[in-house]
Design a protein around this ligand. Structure first.
Ligand code: AMP
Ligand code: GLY
Length: 434
């Protein structure tokens, strides 16, 4: 099978790298790709925003399957454009991608399907949103309705925070049109986990759970980012929790979308919180998580190409996902100033990658890198995902940080506490590994 991966971040590098190792896959292409992806795939300089050029490229290459990595082209209808030309696409149509591109729509789907989630209301004017926050009195979360690269959510400590977040989105238009509708949501508490599942429109097949670290600084301080690190497996994701996630969240959402005429093919990402009153959905995404993918795929033993092809052919039923018992921890190396600086300082030379990549069990995924005069330089906020496999989370974690210790670029920063608590619990034997 010949494939094209659309995208050029750390998630797409992990996808292309895994697909290149899949027995069913003979050739991997990427658009636009990045210098890391270029080591495992043939990259084509076509941007994500140009659906016409992407479909032309795919038709020209004659690939068997297109894997769409990021949410933006999905929300813009890339899968529709490909399917209309008879080309197989792994990723939902625009109508299914709405699960991520409108948080208001996602809430409606959850309400229809009886899926547990936080109470929320949508507003189109700041005044009404603020009035509602004042009436609620309790802690809230303010969310831009549309796509905001993981940064459109403000977890508020009090009324003045909430008011500022609402005005920021709706009056200052910090997220552009994505924030012209805002959701005010009850603030939940509890540990989070991400479950990513293949879906062929009817059958849902989960990958092992991962946990993502969304805040920019250690101890979950600082603003939300796209994700600063991840690990898998997750001890709190017991078999009981996974069964609940399947029965109460993933199967019902796939069924509900099909009922609404929005049959969903691709990955459904459920961001879940284990609250005191049970499992609740924090968000849905319409694609693989970034950086969860960089911690899940190094553990995958099944043929990823086969699972994706089966998803597009409606033949997932009866298939299995098998994974190594080893743990994986992935730490993001980011540019100084990420996520807030605008513009971000980039263009700095990255050194030490070869030494880091030589450590057995380490895999480095490029997220925002470019080449200049034969040197590798930074080109965005999240620059690299450094993933490491180990016999348990503690071993994987210490290897990931050892690898990071070799890497440097001006302004480089990373969280030092990715998977720390879980590693400590594993070492002290207070959780069983699953
Ligand atoms: P989202 O982009 O919707 O996943 O939100 C980003 C992060 O904000 C989540 O991973 C949570 O840590 C936090 N968050 C979102 N919604 C809530 C909520 N209702 N209660 C508490 N935290 C939340
Ligand atoms: N890691 C969160 C996301 O992919 O949206």
């Amino acid at each position: 099978m010949r494939l094209l991966v659309v995208g050029g971040g750390g998630r797409e590098h992990a996808l292309a790298w895994t697909l290149a190792r899949s027995p069913s896959v003979t050739e991997v292409h990427a658009a636009p790709g990045n210098p890391g992806i270029a080591q495992v795939a043939q990259c084509h300089a076509v941007g994500l925003g140009d659906i016409g050029a992407l479909t032309d490229l795919v038709a020209h290459l004659g690939v068997d399957l297109v894997v769409i990595g990021p949410e933006a082209p999905l929300a813009a209808g890339l899968a529709d454009a490909l399917l209309d030309r008879g080309i197989a696409a792994f990723g939902p149509r625009k109508s299914g991608a709405r699960l991520e591109s409108s948080k208001t729509f996602a809430k409606q789907v959850m309400e229809f399907a009886g899926i547990p989630t936080a109470e929320a209301r949508s507003f189109e004017t700041a005044g009404q949103a603020i009035e509602y926050v004042e009436k609620l009195g309790g802690p809230v979360v303010v969310k831009a309705d549309g796509l905001a690269a993981g940064k459109g959510v403000t977890v508020c400590d009090g009324l003045s925070d909430a008011r500022a977040a609402i005005l920021d989105a709706m009056e200052q238009r910090r997220f552009g049109d994505a924030g012209s509708t805002v959701l005010v949501e009850e603030r939940m508490t509890g540990p989070e986990l991400s479950i990513l599942a293949f879906c062929d429109g009817a059958t849902v097949l989960p990958l092992p759970a991962a946990q993502d670290f969304k805040r920019s600084l250690d101890d979950d301080q600082g603003p939300n980012t796209g994700g600063m690190g991840s690990y898998s497996p997750v001890p709190i994701a017991t078999d009981g929790v996974l069964d609940q996630a399947m029965d109460q969240v993933l199967k019902p959402v796939a069924d509900q979308l099909a009922k609404m005429g929005r049959t969903y093919v691709g990955v459904i990402y459920a961001g879940l919180m284990l609250t005191a009153v049970g499992l609740k959905v924090v968000e849905f995404n319409c694609r693989f998580g970034d950086p969860e993918t960089q911690a899940i795929l190094p553990r995958l033993q099944s043929d990823l190409g086969e699972l994706m092809a089966a998803s597009t052919q409606g033949s997932l039923s009866g298939m299995k996902v098998s994974c190594s018992d080893r743990a994986c921890v992935s730490v993001v190396a980011a540019s100084g100033g990420y996520p807030e600086a605008d513009p971000l300082p980039t263009g700095f030379v990255i050194s030490g990658l070869e030494a880091a990549a030589q450590l057995p069990g380490v895999q480095i995924f490029h997220a925002a890198t470019a080449e200049r005069d034969g040197e590798l330089i930074t080109s965005g906020g999240r620059v690299l995902s450094v993933s490491a496999l180990g016999d348990d989370i503690a071993a994987a974690r210490s290897l990931a940080y050892r690898a990071l210790g070799n890497i440097s670029f001006e302004g480089m920063r990373y969280r030092t506490d990715i998977a720390e608590r879980t590693a400590r619990e594993v070492l002290s034997g207070s959780t069983r590994r699953r």
